[in-house]
Write a protein that binds this ligand. Structure first.
Ligand code: NAP
Length: 327
């Protein structure tokens, strides 16, 4: 009984209390207004999950600024419809869709292979796609779904694209990896001996763990890149509570209430995209010193102490490398 409360009920209570707090803070503060960003002609960006929600707004804005944007997504129809809409809005837009299922390591490898065959540079990698509150299930390769899609799939994608990102950056024009995390990371826990939540499964906890893992990845990657002196930075972003389809797996009555509350009180996807765009494009974040960190509503924020434990970050990194069979 006690362990059921600890494993299932506690993560739910913690997540909803956190959501309430985040929503209150959000309601009391103005949404960040994105300053005018420089033109992005000649730059190439990959945005995972750019077919809808926050990712779609990011792609739309980048395309308007002249970037060549590749949407990596699972749903071809949705992705192609997004491309069509953006091209109708901006006749000059250079946007395309390529199939990418982050729940399949083979699909991630195929995506990278087809991208590399084109010999394009890569200036921005936006790890945005995400799932939340899925019932217990496994990815094609047997990983818990939140861990596999939100974190491990993006880990592999970034790893395989690192050489292109490094080659595409220059002093004064660093390439950037932007990881869309969440305030939910604050109640995540990384259990290295149970990354797939085999001992007990809670969808709420699994989402939080995956977002913490993403944040650790972002921070560790940035440190490695800085130590190596590479013209590439990595940062994480919390877009705030945004009215998107991410919440569709909530328990049905809660989902109905949430959609009404979200319409009234949450940020719009365009508002949610502003800090993500700032992290990806702003000259204020140029270079290894200014880049990196965790960004919320246009400001750099401190994360909870465990996020800054370099030893834990390193252990997760090494375990991920092993799980993915990387060298
Ligand atoms: N909305 C919020 O309040 C909020 C708050 C904090 C953080 N975030 C983060 O913001 C990011 C964007 O979420 P959103 O709110 O815009 O949600 P969304 O509208 O549901 O968008 C998520 C995107 O990820 C894609 N995706 C899901 N599984 C995938 C897979 N296996 N392979 C490739 N693409 C996949 C989805 O495409 P399909 O499912 O159609 O394939 C969709 O395009 C997520 O990382 C989320 O955790 C959102």
């Amino acid at each position: 009984m006690l362990s059921a409360i600890r494993c299932y009920l506690l993560p739910i209570i913690k997540l909803y209390l956190l959501a309430l707090k985040v929503l209150l803070v959000q309601l009391l503060s103005r949404p960040f207004r994105l300053p005018v960003m420089p033109r992005q002609d000649g730059k190439v960006a990959i945005v995972t999950g750019g077919g809808r929600g926050i990712g779609y707004e990011v792609v739309r804005h980048m395309a308007r600024l002249g970037a060549h944007v590749i949407i990596g997504g699972r749903d071809e129809q949705e992705g192609l419809a997004a491309v069509r809409r953006i091209c109708e809005e901006y006749k000059e837009a250079k946007v395309e869709f390529t199939k990418l299922d982050l729940a399949s390591l083979q699909s991630v490898r195929q995506f990278v292979q087809s991208f590399k065959e084109r010999d394009l540079p890569l200036n921005i990698l936006l790890n945005n796609a995400g799932v939340m509150l899925l019932p217990e299930g496994r990815t094609e390769d047997g990983f818990e779904q939140h861990f596999g899609v939100n974190y491990l799939g993006h880990f592999l994608l970034t790893w395989l694209l690192l050489d292109t990102l490094k080659d595409s950056g220059k002093c004064g024009y660093f390439s950037r990896v932007v990881n869309v995390s969440s305030s939910a990371h604050r109640i995540g826990e990384i259990r290295l001996n149970d990354l797939n939540s085999c001992q007990s499964y809670s969808a709420h906890a699994a989402y939080c763990h995956s977002k913490l893992a993403q944040l650790w990845f972002s921070s560790h990657l940035h440190q490695e890149l800085q130590c190596g002196g590479f013209p590439l930075s990595s940062c994480a972003v919390d877009p705030g509570m945004v009215d998107t389809a991410l919440y569709r797996h909530l328990w049905t009555p809660l989902c109905l209430a949430q959609s009404t509350i979200a319409r009234l009180l949450f940020r719009t996807p365009a508002e949610g995209a502003t800090t993500v765009l700032f992290a990806a494009l702003s000259p204020a974040l140029e270079g290894g010193e200014c880049g990196g960190g965790y960004w919320v509503n246009g400001h750099r924020e401190m994360t909870t102490p465990p996020s800054f434990d370099p030893q834990l970050q390193l252990s997760l990194w090494e375990t991920s490398v092993q799980l993915l069979g990387l060298q």
